[in-house]
Structure formats: C-alpha cells, structure tokens
Design a protein around this ligand. Structure first.
Ligand code: MN
Length: 348
C-alpha cells in the first residue's frame, strides 16, 4: 500500500495525542456516515490508548448510524448546549473531522473558534481553511475514514484498532463511496477493506444499517420523485429532480429521507450528471452528482456559490424553487464544455 500520509504530520498528531488528555472530536453539521464514522473511529481508538475523548456534533446524527460503537455517547449540541459548550471550552486538543471550513460546524463554529485548544483538521474536502494549528488534508482520498485509517497506521497505532474502531472506519468508507461504487481512485481502498475485515468487521450489517434500511415514507417519496418529478435533458446528458416543501410534507419527510436520491438518475445508461433541488425551511438545498469526472462542483460554484468534490457537490439557494430551477435550466449549456467529447457525441 502506498504511504500517502506525511510522516511529520502523523508524528505531530501522535505527540499531541500523547501530551493531551481532554480530547474533543467533532464533525460537520447534518453528520453523515463518514463524519460520524471518522470521529467515532478516533474516539474508540483513543479510548483504547487510555485517553478520555469526547465526540461533540452540531446536531443530531441519523438513526441509521445508531449501530456504531459509541453512538450513544455522542454529545449533540442542539440537545445539550451547556454540556457541549463547556466540553469544547475545556478541551486541550480539538480534532475536526470531515469538513474544510469552520462554517460547516454551524452553531458550534464560534465556540470552536474561541476555544484555546490545539486544533487539528483531518479532512478530504478541497480547499481546506486555515483555522487549524495542524491541517491534515488529503482531497484525493475517498473519505475521511480512509484518511483516518492511513493516519492511524502512520502514527504506529494500527495494533490498537479493534472491531469497534474498524466498524466505524468501514462505515465511513462505505457511505462515502456508496459501497465502493464512487470515489474509489485506487486499489489501496480494497486492501484497506481487507485489513478491516481481518478485524472482524461485519460488512453486511454496515450495508444494511447505513445504506439499505429506510422508512416506507422515504421509499415512497423516492418512487414519487423518480416517476413524477424527474426531468431529463438528453442534449446535456443531465437530469433534474425538484421537490417542493408541499410534496415533501405529503410523504411526512424527515431529514435523510432523500439521501441517495440524487444518485438514482445516474443509473440510467448515458446519464452524466444529476441535480436535485429540495425546498427546505429557509433555503433550497441543491445536491449534484456525476459520472465520468464531470465537474458538478463547477455548476454548484458558478450558479449558486456552493462547492464540494468534483463528482459530488452541493449548494444552498436563497429564493424560490422555481427561480432555482430556472437558473440551472437557462445556464446548463455553459457546462457542456466539461463533457468528455466521446460522451457528448454518443446519444442515448
Ligand atoms: Mn466525507
């Protein structure tokens, strides 16, 4: 396996872990499998090393991750503000996982910013901010969990990875790669999978809990979105799904219910990218995914001031769903230039 982690940074982090006891791990708002997986993997590892780590997240993680070892110990800021605030204030070492800029911490951003703790960023998003004292950023990695796996090995702590830690790591890798279907840039990831399976991780359980299991309402909402709301723009090899607040309400929408929906149109042969717009309480949430290296991040950035990964990006739009759709539809031809020419000529 190629050694990708800068040994100087790994050593620095190892030293910080050894020297500090009050260690707080945190991740981005609306935490997903990679955010919760990476923080809980480190939490499990640090506990094994005799530390007393605490995980604090800005808001409630999805119940689909409740099988993760340590999930019940997570401090949720929106539920226990005073406790979380105090814990962050008293931290000596703050490890920030799976986000690039402080604003991704939402309401805990000012508390983290004001904290006197040594801050470490461990992340795989592009354009990392410079708020941390130690920035460990590898945007080419599939997931923060892949990065944490490599980091643990680089710190010489691999022997402390137990089944619990390994379960958290594999969950982040599986959710960020949709079970090894996207973002797998090199075969090392399969070797990492092998190493984690050797730690007795139950891969089938992770798949079932974190990816497959869902509520009946969310299944029905997805069926409705795909059958009634999917627009296909053959000229541009693109698709768009919009869901209004009224439509979401009809299916008793709960956060996470449309997780994965944006990927579904990409199953269509020849489809290059997919955009999904959802009317939220205060804005329109846009998510974009693509195949064949098409940079949906450019669409999110240029039209809506958002960003993300090349093939998985997002943005927020302040205005009506109708306006949001119009902006995309009237400008989409500007992005045809990014299309692989072989694909452009090859009609469905
Ligand atoms: Mn991630």
């Amino acid at each position: 396996m190629e050694k990708l982690i800068d040994p100087i940074k790994a050593k620095e982090l190892h030293g910080l872990i050894e020297r500090n006891n009050q260690i707080v791990l945190t991740c981005h708002v609306r935490p997903d499998g990679d955010a919760v997986g990476s923080t809980l993997a480190l939490w499990n590892l640090l506990k094994k090393c005799g530390k007393h780590p605490v995980v604090i997240v800005p808001d409630k993680p999805p119940l689909s991750l409740s099988f993760l070892p340590g999930f019940r110990e997570i401090g949720i800021y929106t539920s226990h503000k005073e406790y979380c605030e105090k814990t962050i204030e008293e931290a000596e070492l703050l490890i920030c996982c799976d986000f690039n800029v402080l604003s991704r911490l939402d309401s805990i951003a000012p508390i983290v910013e004001a904290s006197k703790a040594v801050k470490v960023l461990v992340d795989h998003h592009t354009e990392p901010g410079n708020f941390a004292d130690l920035t460990i950023s590898y945007p080419k990695m599939s997931s923060t969990c892949e990065l944490v796996f490599r980091l643990i090995a680089a710190m010489g702590l691999y022997c402390d990875v137990d089944t619990d830690c390994a379960t958290c790591l594999l969950t982040g890798i599986i959710t960020d790669t949709r079970n090894f279907t996207v973002n797998v840039r090199n075969n090392d990831l399969y070797e990492i999978l092998m190493r984690l399976l050797e730690k007795d991780v139950d891969k089938e359980r992770i798949l079932k809990e974190a990816i497959i299991s869902r509520s009946l309402n969310s299944l029905r909402l997805e069926a409705f979105a795909l059958s009634e709301k999917l627009e296909v723009f053959n000229e541009h090899k693109a698709s768009l799904i919009t869901l209004s607040a009224e439509e979401l309400k009809r299916f008793d929408y709960e956060r996470g219910d449309t997780e994965g929906l944006v990927n579904r149109p990409l199953e269509v042969r020849g489809m290059v990218y997919s955009i999904f717009m959802r009317e939220d309480s205060d804005c329109i949430k846009i998510s974009a995914r693509s195949n064949d290296g098409f940079p949906v991040s450019e669409i999110c950035k240029t039209l809506y001031g958002g960003g993300g990964h090349i093939q998985a990006a997002g943005a927020e739009f302040h205005g009506s769903l109708k306006e949001c759709r119009e902006i995309f539809v009237s400008n989409m031809s500007d992005f045809d230039k990014y299309m692989n020419p072989k694909l452009r000529n090859n009609r469905n």
